[in-house]
Each structure stands twice: as C-alpha cells, then as structure tokens.
Design a protein around this ligand. Structure first.
Ligand code: ADP
Length: 285
C-alpha cells in the first residue's frame, strides 16, 4: 500500500512537499484471505449436519406412518449422530476462536505427569473398548515445565484421541516425556540460550500419515482423504494443538510411516529456578 500525503506550510496555504509512505500489507491481506476462507469453510461444515438433521426430521414428519419401527429408529439415530457432530464442531470452533482472541496466557511451572495421567484416566475406557494398549512412559524425576495446565490437557486430549481413532485393535498408544539431552540443529531455532526442554511424544501404531499430508493436517478442516466420512472428527483438532503449542513458544511436529504408525511430539521449556510463575506473557503482541 502506498500513501501519498501533501505537506502544507504553517498557514496551510503552500505545499511544502509530498510525503510518500510505503506499507507492506501482505500479511494483512493474507490474514483477511485466511479469515474469509475459514468463514466459508465453517459455513459449509455447519450446513452439512444441519441439512441432514432437517431432512431426517422432515421425512419422519411426513412419512413417519409409512416407515417401520426399525426405519424410524435408524432415522432418529442418524439425526442424533449428526447433532453430536454439530456440537463437536461448534465446540471446536469456539475453542479455536477463544484461543485466537485471548492473547495473554500465563505459563505456570507444572509437573507434566499430571496432565498425562489425567488424560490416560479419561481415555483408558475408550482404549479398552477398542482393544488398544494405552500407557505412559514418563522419565523419573523430570523437572517442572512452564505450561498452561488446561490448554495442555486439551493438547493431550486431541493427540491421544486421534491416536486411538486412527489405530486398529491390538495396537498401542504410548505417551512419553523425557528431558532433551542436547539440542538438535533442527530444533536450534526454538532453543534460546541455555533453556532446557522436556520433549513429549504421543506415539501410535496406527494407519500413519502420508508425506504429502504432513503439513496440511495442521490446517483447519483438513482431513486426509478417503477416511473422512468413516471416523468422527472435525478437522480442527490439530489446528487447536498447533495454536496452543505456539502459545508455549515451541513447536509441534510428527514422524510417521504409512501402515506402521505416527508419533506427534512437542517441547516444553523447563521451569528453571529463576523463572517465576506467570513471568512469561504468551503471545503478548
Ligand atoms: P480430526 O477431527 O479429523 O481428527 P484433526 O485436525 O485432529 O482433525 O486431524 C486432521 C487429520 O489428520 C485427521 O482427519 C486424520 O486424517 C489425520 N490424523 C491426525 N492424527 C492422526 C494419527 N495419529 N494417525 C493417522 N492420521 C492422523
């Protein structure tokens, strides 16, 4: 964007000169485009289950008497299922917009074992139902990390939930946490000074993610093709994960082999004795 301003003298009579301001608004334009895209995707995603619910209700209303009990029950079950999908979608969209609008989150020292154990307790039943072994391997004596407990709980829920969803019966899901011994060149841009990091991994023996999809899976609403309609999901879970890990000023990434399994990992800074609770404003721009 180029702004041209005329500069007048004190009496505002004569033009003294011209000021030209050049502003780079690429980012602004990109953000606006991303926002419109998001709204158009959301409208589509919300309309689909709503349309399905309405069709089932209309059919029941108009032709209910001609249907068998079994058919009526099936219609109601599908409408109920679609209502659940709509609820999940609305909840995920609200989570994401809350995350994006709240710029300052307080990081507190916390024991990473606590959100891990809480997540495992929540998902153990689901894992048993699916005959998947769900366990944790957390290094003993880990130092506290700087994190936001509730947001991290959501990260674990999304990643463990996905791992269970995309793993077959007889498979394994393991949540690991260990102190990073030294920084790898790949991580060096996130590692400032002598900060130490705890690495958290959520590893599964599931269907894996092809190389072509590895970056896109973090995009809103992206779901790997051909498995979209068979499993529940909104395509927002990993965007929420990335957003939360961004607020911890570290990275989330994955390694995966199709047919063998996937490991998502992220790092959390160790709460050194000198770092006071709440001393790091997150994303305070
Ligand atoms: P969804 O609600 O569809 O799970 P996510 O954003 O959490 O949305 O994930 C996006 C897509 O990434 C999923 O639809 C799935 O195709 C793929 N994915 C995520 N986690 C895994 C995993 N552990 N194993 C295989 N594929 C995965």
């Amino acid at each position: 964007r180029i702004l041209v301003t005329t500069v007048l003298d004190r009496e505002r009579e004569n033009v003294k000169g011209i000021a030209i301001t050049v502003q780079d608004i690429t980012r602004e334009v990109e953000l606006n485009e991303a926002k419109s895209q998001f709204i158009s995707n959301i409208s589509h995603e919300l309309r689909t289950p709503l349309f399905n619910i309405k069709s089932f209700i209309e059919t029941l209303h108009e032709y209910g008497d001609d249907l068998s009990d079994r058919e009526r029950r099936e219609f109601l079950e599908t409408a109920n299922h679609e209502t659940d999908r709509l609820t999940r979608l609305v909840n995920d969209v609200l989570d994401l917009s809350r995350l994006e609008s709240c710029r300052i989150y307080r990081l507190e020292p916390l024991d990473i074992l606590q959100p891990i154990e809480q997540t495992l307790r929540t998902y153990q039943l689901n894992a048993k139902d699916k005959e998947i072994e769900l366990k944790q391997e957390v290094e003993e004596g880990l130092p506290s990390v700087l994190g936001h407990y509730d947001l991290l709980l959501q990260v674990f829920a999304n990643l463990v939930g996905n791992a269970l969803k995309f793993t077959e019966a007889g498979g394994k899901v393991i949540v690991r946490a260990y102190l990073l011994s030294s920084m790898t060149p790949e991580d060096s841009h996130t590692m400032e000074g002598a900060t130490r990091y705890v690495r958290v991994e959520i590893a599964d023996t599931g269907i894996g993610i092809g190389e072509e999809d590895r970056e896109a899976i973090f995009d809103r609403f992206f779901r790997v093709e051909n498995r979209v309609h068979t499993l529940e999901g909104t395509g927002l879970g990993l965007s929420i994960v990335r957003n939360i890990i961004d607020k911890h000023h570290t990275n989330v990434n994955l390694v995966s082999e199709v047919g063998v399994g996937t490991t998502f990992w992220f790092d959390l800074a160790v709460a050194e004795a000198s770092s006071k609770p709440g001393s790091i404003p997150m994303d305070a721009t």
